[in-house]
Design a protein around this ligand. Sequence first.
Ligand code: GLU
Length: 302
Amino acid sequence: MPLSSYRGRFAPSPTGSLHFGSLVAAVGSFLDAKQHNGSWLVRIEDLDQPRCVIGAADDILRTLEAFGLYWDETVIYQSTRTGAYAAALHQLQESTVAYPCGCTRREIADSSQQGIDGQIYPGTCRQGLPSGRSARAWRVRTGDYPVGFSDVLHGFLSQNLQQEIGDFVVKRADGLYAYQLAVVVDDAFQGITQVVRGSDLQLSTPRQIYLQRLLQLASPHYMHLPVALNSAGEKLGKQTRAPAVTTDQIVQTLYGILQFLHQQPPVELLQGSAAEVLAWAVKHWQLDRLRGAPLQASISRS
Ligand code: GLU
């Protein structure tokens, strides 16, 4: 029974099985929640159906269970939540901060500058759709001022959304709601107080905080963990064909994750069970060991 108001989550996209890198986010968010006597929730981010792989969500949940990472409340699936995203978009439309955009991908590519996370939308439809154009996507108007947050591990970080990101998409031309909108709506819906995830998402956090402000939602605390790289220095993921974690070496894998997270697990743990490794890790979870760690790190083989 959770004793505190801490509510954390793990939010995998079911585009394949869990690999070492995604399990790092699962274990890190679990340990931080459990060490605070908090709740740990799982949300399946299956909004982008064309990218989802059939069976991957069940496979992810079975893997979490096999590793002893039990969630506290019913798993939610983004594919069932489009009504909530539509309501949030409606709210943004009402306040005119969201505007329709008729530009094609090609037009944007031809006329925009590169920003820190893709192209900066040049603002073509900002003052209204040019005549003869119909809405393809919906964008949110960004402001020319910094939007910041204090990362639990990395301190204060901020972005000028207008200059560094540009007006960003909240509903895509293919009719799907964008990740940035869905994640904000769902973190609020699930009452998440602490987001612990990979540092590849750190660039997204100011956009999420901006949307929370526009939608009058509370902002959780954010902590971004190092992202695991393969021996070629690439982020582990589907594109880099990261191998799925297998359930025949659970203790060794958990041990490797604790090492990756600088937790200095004693070697005797390798003789124990997965439950014993996790119990040790919850008890000894020390964020200070991670402070100042680089945003990306290679997996060391123990
Ligand atoms: N679904 C996202 C991913 O798998 C994570 C979203 C988040 O943690 O905010 O990369």
